[in-house]
Design a protein around this ligand. Structure first.
Ligand SMILES: [Zn+2]
Length: 162
């Protein structure tokens, strides 16, 4: 098999996963479950988790396609650790989804539309990036408040495991 064949095979496989993610997104939109976003988690070439945006149907602002797909994969594999999995998403994961992907130990994400294209149809990913870049208090006011009980919680936990 030549290098170009390997690349071609990879593209064909990627296309298969993207197609499944697109189909999940389309069905979700048709059923008024949420926005036009879909994702699949793949392990050893097999789809182990599926998700589409379910923000509307679940009244859950965290039910983005990637999070739904990660939860599905974790349930199916009976683990919280998705090491060696790859996630395919129809759009660039937002900061929450990027964090979820990193928390799950997934090391590779492929996406199609980017954050600018997502913003152009009215979704607010830009707002979150703006918060990180400019720390705008009108977007979110996050303040460190010392509390001895909260701090002791960490110390007690540390003492139980070390
Ligand atoms: Zn997201």
């Amino acid at each position: 098999m030549m290098v170009s064949d390997i690349v071609l095979e990879r593209v064909i496989f990627m296309d298969k996963y993207f197609e499944e993610a697109v189909n999940l997104a389309k069905v979700g939109v048709e059923n008024n479950e949420g926005g036009p976003f879909g994702a699949v988690v793949v392990k050893n070439g097999e789809v182990v988790g599926r998700g589409n945006n379910k923000v509307l149907i679940n009244n859950d602002p965290t039910a983005h396609a990637e999070v739904v797909a990660i939860r599905d994969a974790c349930r199916n594999l009976n683990t919280y650790d998705l090491t060696d999995c790859i996630i395919y998403s129809t759009s660039e994961p937002c900061p929450m989804c990027l964090s979820s992907i990193i928390w799950s130990n997934i090391k590779t994400v492929y996406f199609s539309s980017d954050r600018k294209e997502v913003s152009s149809i009215g979704f607010r990913d830009d707002l979150i990036y703006k918060y990180f870049e400019e720390n705008k208090k009108d977007i979110l006011n996050a303040t460190k408040c010392e509390n001895i009980k909260c701090n002791n919680l960490l110390k007690e936990y540390k003492n139980t495991i070390y």
